[in-house]
Design a protein around this ligand. Structure first.
Ligand code: ATP
Ligand code: MG
Length: 301
């Protein structure tokens, strides 16, 4: 360290907190560290029918962290709210080519893929409000549960060269979420460190089992991420402990803290990694992404 930030007068420390944060931010934004590529392309559905638990926040920030560290990532926004598209700065006005047109078979995957200006490695298929009608429209369609899977062809994914696909689900267990579960190999469940966090989880696990039994035998719950942890409350620790004792290794060691920067970022059309790279929220999503990537690089995960 050359002490660029220090004034060298007397005993003043070489690194002020601000300088330290700037240094960390620079490291996140221009990372030398490369995260390992997975043994095989990973398609992960981010699901929890409970609303507001951090599905979208986790999807976009994990995706951004992986992309900024050398991996190619595709985010599929499967929620009519379009929050993932917003956070990645991707246009999603009604009429924009989106996942809706893909599901109803009007266009192919490649027709709707956009690149986020946050990284050339970060791709997104946006969701528009048109998707709101899809749950009903899909009911009468042929192979209604596997329309997303059909669209995610090997050929298209190879052409995009993606290592990771994340599918951000709406807060329901309807046909959109079923399509996501059929299209993926893995499920990632974000769990908020709050009271009632585990309520309804049984129903989600049941649905995963049903999809595995009838529609997608290669599906498994591989990852749980604890989010919005507030270290000041005993409750957060109790929830985290309960989840760990129940699910063991599936739970990532990294816990995402509750942080204002994380919640501010989407308002600027950004992930927290772009909005405030040196913040605690950004660093913790990077840690979680590192764990995810390291697991993915092991053959028997
Ligand atoms: P929905 O079910 O509506 O799709 P979701 O599960 O995708 O919600 P998010 O939208 O990611 O949840 O998060 C819900 C709210 O909590 C958002 O306003 C988000 O900015 C905020 N939030 C998420 N994670 C954090 C965090 N670690 N710290 C502070 N706020 C957070
Ligand atoms: Mg969401």
């Amino acid at each position: 360290m050359t002490g660029t930030f220090a004034d060298h007068s007397g005993d003043s420390p070489a690194w002020t907190p601000i300088a330290e944060e700037a240094f960390t931010a620079a490291r996140v934004l221009h990372p030398k560290e490369k995260l390992p590529r997975p043994v095989r392309r990973r398609i992960m559905t981010v699901a929890n029918q409970k609303g507001g638990v951090g599905k979208t926040t986790s999807t976009v920030n994990l995706a951004a962290a992986l992309a900024l560290h050398g991996l190619k990532v595709l985010v599929i926004d499967l929620d009519p709210q379009g929050n993932a598209s917003t956070a990645l700065g991707i246009e999603h006005r009604s009429g924009t080519p989106s996942v809706y047109e893909i599901l109803i078979g009007e266009i192919s995957l490649l027709d709707a893929v956009k690149t986020s200006d946050q990284s050339p490695n970060l791709l997104c298929v946006p969701a528009t409000i048109d998707l709101a009608g899809a749950e009903i429209e899909l009911v009468s369609m042929v192979a209604r549960e596997s329309r997303l899977k059909e669209a995610l062809t090997e050929q298209a994914l190879n052409e995009l060269g993606v290592d990771y696909v994340f599918i951000d689900c709406p807060p329901s267990l309807g046909l959109l979420t079923v399509n996501a579960l059929v299209a993926a190999q893995e499920v990632l469940i974000p769990i908020q460190c709050e009271y009632y966090a585990l309520e309804g989880l049984g129903q989600l696990l049941n649905n995963i089992e049903l999809v595995r039994a009838h529609l997608n035998p290669s599906l498994s719950l591989t990852t749980i991420l604890l989010t919005m942890y507030d270290g000041r409350t005993k409750l957060a620790d109790q929830v985290a402990e309960e989840v760990r004792s129940h699910f063991g290794e599936v739970v990532l060691r990294t816990i995402i803290p509750r942080s204002v920067k994380v919640s501010e970022a989407p308002g600027f059309g950004q992930t927290v990694l772009a909005y405030d790279p040196g913040s605690r929220g950004s660093m913790s999503y990077l840690d979680a992404a590192r764990e995810l990537a390291e697991r993915g690089a092991r053959e028997n995960r």
